[in-house]
Design a protein around this ligand. Structure first.
Ligand code: NAP
Length: 241
């Protein structure tokens, strides 16, 4: 059988595009989702037998363990783990409650940790695998009114670099993608004028698409990236260089 990718947060946005593109490249694809079951099941139906929709809240350790077990039972292995599920929050640091701060970290950082913890032993025993963490441009530069989100995405970069060193000798690569502003529901709060201004600020003159990030993930997952680990691939149209 071809390679198998588990993509969290694949019911919508960037993750959904990755599921489509990885399936088109012959991967078996596990579509992780939380609330948007109809979308996940519709995607599973669209992609056919190579796809499996699996529900899990990445903030719930037992649910993550059950998800990984289900994917392994169905496909027999996981070659690529993409930690894409994530949430954003906006507001001044002083206005973010401790509960909301901890919740965002629980999903964006600890969620990735939980998925890695479940998948890694299986990758180590096969001495192969690729892990891709979806960070953000703001994890690199920081963003005003997004301190919590920026900090969580910076944590994913630290996790990526450290883990790459730890598991490189076991034949596993760990990389990060730091997308710029991408047209998805996550940016629904931005007005058309905001998006236009951001596009104007971007050297390549446009906002990113889920396809842009999916292409970067496909590359990092592939054997073409076999000597690349511990890296942060910026996919931001040149907004930050
Ligand atoms: P999106 O459209 O809002 O989709 C988020 C996905 O994450 C959904 O599939 C959602 O599942 C899932 N999710 C949320 N909380 C979850 C949880 N607790 N457990 C499991 N799944 C959960 O977001 P997106 O724009 O595609 O973003 C995908 C990733 O890229 C995120 O990590 C985001 O931070 C990062 N990113 C996005 C941008 C951007 O501009 N859009 C830029 C940089 C980085 P359900 O819908 O099924 O609940």
């Amino acid at each position: 059988m071809g390679k198998v990718a588990l993509i969290t947060g694949a019911s919508r946005g960037i993750g959904r595009q990755m599921a489509r593109d990885f399936a088109a490249q012959g991967y078996g694809v596990a579509i992780g989702y939380l609330r948007h079951e109809q979308e996940a099941l519709a995607l599973q139906a669209e992609l056919g037998p190579s796809a499996l929709a699996v529900q899990a809240d990445v903030s719930d350790a037992n649910a993550v363990a059950a998800m990984v077990q289900k994917v392994c039972a169905h496909f027999g292995k996981i070659d690529v783990l993409i930690n894409n599920a994530g949430i954003a929050s906006f507001g001044l640091l002083t206005e973010v409650s401790e509960k909301d701060w901890l919740w965002l970290f629980d999903v964006n950082v600890h969620g990735a940790y939980r998925c890695i913890r479940e998948v890694l032993p299986k990758m180590i025993s096969r001495r192969r695998g690729a892990i891709i963490n979806i960070s953000s441009i703001w994890g690199v530069t920081g963003a005003s009114c997004e301190v919590c989100y920026s900090a969580s995405k910076a944590a994913l970069i630290g996790l990526t670099k450290a883990l790459a060193k730890e598991v490189g000798p076991s034949g596993i690569r760990v990389n990060c993608i730091a997308p710029g502003v991408i047209e998805t529901d996550m940016n629904a709060r931005l007005s058309a004028a905001d998006l236009h201004a951001l596009a104007e600020e971007t050297p390549l003159g446009r906002i990113g698409t889920p396809e842009d990030i999916s292409a970067a993930a496909l590359f990092l997952a592939s054997s073409k990236a076999s000597f690349i680990t511990g890296q942060v691939l910026g996919a931001n149209g040149g907004l930050v260089i």
